[in-house]
Design a protein around this ligand. Structure first.
Ligand code: FAD
Length: 357
């Protein structure tokens, strides 16, 4: 089969890009070396916002704000092809002990974010007078479920998903990629898109350049508590608790430069457990059910690369969303689509351009 677009990697970025392209009538294939959406996309917490947006530059916030705005309608559209509920919820986040509350409040004012005092119902749960900033509009999804629904939507849109298929080598002639060598043979497309998460850089060799993407490990602990124990996301000093509707509570996450090692560690377990019990003491009555690690596609200042290759006219990349890949995914896929279809992009593409380093 000859594809209009062949995407490497079936994480949130590859899947969402494939879904959009297929809905435009393109013949789309995804090459995934393992199971679809079992890497960073599975491992993440599903908070739909940069943790503290005022700590980031415009390049991050433009993509994440557009992602936040697009998600509700896109989740509805995905839901037309799948009965799986991704549990999108605008549950809000309480940020505790912010080092510079005035700066955070000023950012919220200039960016039209609602920011309020801690609501009374949270005072009751956490003890009187937590020094919090309540951000009621922060939402979450249950990313493994979102990904499953998206896979069904991709298949319904005609995307061919080739799992257990490792992409290994490009056949390049002049300024054009002619074909992609995979563990299941050669595949031919008009355009190729790298969305291989933390592994995106491995798909490039010295001859076709480099990209600013490196693995950054994140570990999470999972508790089973009574449903409703925690109604919103809690944040303190770089760590968070995220409650799911069935009483599961995620405590995350670490930021570790450990190469491609996805092991979990006792040190992370101890640290996350201490954090979780400190911010939500009733968790001591919950059971600790699991610990996992995932590899984020890390990039400098959390700025992804969404672009055509500087020299090869049919090689694209949509990767490097680092800590906020689920938040940014709709805006990233939309930008990629605009670039591929030569449309005027909805956002300025220049901060995300692929430059030869
Ligand atoms: C602990 C943790 C917490 C997080 N929390 C949040 C959060 O709350 N909110 C948020 O927005 N983001 C969060 N993230 C970040 C987010 O999960 C990632 O940015 C996002 O999932 C990246 O998606 P991706 O599609 O680029 O990569 P991935 O999901 O990693 O997918 C890449 C895919 O490419 C495949 N692949 C790689 N090499 C090849 C090859 N050679 N051939 C074929 N296939 C290949 C892989 O098997 C994989 O399936 C978190 C991440 C972690 C680890």
């Amino acid at each position: 089969m000859h594809y209009d677009a062949l995407i490497i990697g079936a994480g949130i970025n590859g899947l969402l890009s494939a879904w959009l392209l297929a809905r435009e009538g393109l013949r789309v294939g995804i090459v995934e070396r393992g199971e679809a959406a079992r890497e960073s996309t599975w491992a993440g917490a599903g908070i739909l916002s940069p943790l503290m947006p005022w700590d980031y530059g415009g390049e991050v916030n433009v993509l994440s704000e557009r992602g936040r705005a697009l998600w509700p309608a896109w989740i509805e559209a995905i839901g037309q092809s799948s009965a799986i509920d991704p549990e999108y919820r605008s549950c809000g986040m309480l940020a505790l002990s912010l080092p510079d509350r005035d700066r955070s409040l000023a950012w919220c004012r200039t960016h039209s974010w609602r920011a309020e005092e801690t609501p009374a119902w949270l005072d009751n749960l956490l003890g009187k007078g937590p020094d919090g900033l309540w951000l009621p509009d922060i939402a979450q999804v249950r990313n493994p479920r979102l990904a499953k629904a998206l896979i069904e939507a991709c298949l319904a849109a005609g995307v061919r998903l080739l799992v257990d298929t490792n992409a290994s080598r490009w056949d390049i002639q002049g300024n054009t990629v002619r074909s992609l060598e995979t563990s299941k043979g050669k595949l031919i497309a008009d355009r190729y898109v790298i969305s291989a998460g933390a592994w995106s850089r491995q798909l490039l060799s010295g001859t076709i350049g480099d990209v600013d993407i490196r693995p950054v490990r994140g570990q999470i602990l999972l508790f089973q508590a009574k449903p409703g124990l925690l109604p919103c996301i809690l944040y303190k000093a770089g760590r968070y608790l995220v409650p799911r509707q069935d009483g599961l509570i995620l405590a995350g996450s670490t930021l570790e430069h450990a190469g491609f090692d996805k092991s979990t560690t006792q040190a992370a377990r101890d640290e996350l457990l201490a954090f979780a019990l400190d911010v939500l003491p009733p968790l001591r009555n919950a059971s600790l059910v699991r610990q996992w690690a995932g590899l984020r596609p890390g990039s400098t200042d959390n700025i992804p690369t969404i672009s055509v290759h500087p020299r090869l006219d049919n090689l694209y990349i949509n990767s490097g969303q680092y800590r906020y890949g689920v938040t940014m995914a709709p805006a990233s896929a939309e930008l990629l689509l605009d670039l591929i279809l030569n449309r005027v992009p909805a956002i300025d593409p220049s901060p995300y351009r692929w430059s030869m380093r």
